[in-house]
Design a protein around this ligand. Structure first.
Ligand SMILES: [Zn+2]
Length: 144
């Protein structure tokens, strides 16, 4: 081989390596940008649809939190009944709000809807006990 053909081979390898190096960075950037754009558009879609969290009514932790919320609501209803002297009839969130631990309405983490129910009837979550894995995933008040 002549000296200049060796030089051309070396230059070609160097150029290929450099191109590959640049390409790797561009590819990584492009992937990151795509991911960010996807996340942003998903967030926008969720916001538009009013979705705060993916409903996961089978989740045991959500069910546990929901039962704890229901107990807090029922406790508040009973305190309100005691202090107001009322024993029956409907109650409103405004009436029981002062007796809730955080002084505001409670929400089911699985996006169930709470019904206060009249005094003397325990409050309920729209998810209820329909999932059939024992009582651990039930959104119902227990032991009240
Ligand atoms: Zn619930």
């Amino acid at each position: 081989m002549r000296w200049w053909s060796k030089l051309i081979v070396i230059l070609a390898i160097a150029l290929a390596g450099y191109t590959f190096y640049l390409g790797m960075w561009n590819w990584r950037d492009a992937r990151r940008e795509t991911r960010q754009a996807l996340r942003k558009s998903q967030a926008a879609v969720n916001k538009a649809a009013g979705v705060k969290r993916q409903p996961d009514s089978g989740s045991l932790e959500f069910a546990r939190q929901c039962r704890s919320n229901l107990q807090a609501i029922e406790t508040a209803k009973r305190k309100f009944a005691q202090e107001s002297g009322r024993v029956a009839g409907n109650v409103t969130w405004e009436e029981i709000m002062p007796y809730l631990p955080q002084k505001g309405p409670l929400a089911c983490p699985s996006v169930g809807k709470y019904t206060l129910n009249p005094l003397g009837t325990v409050c309920s979550c729209s998810i209820g006990a329909n999932y059939g894995h024992g009582t651990d995933d039930d959104h119902i008040i227990q032991g009240f």
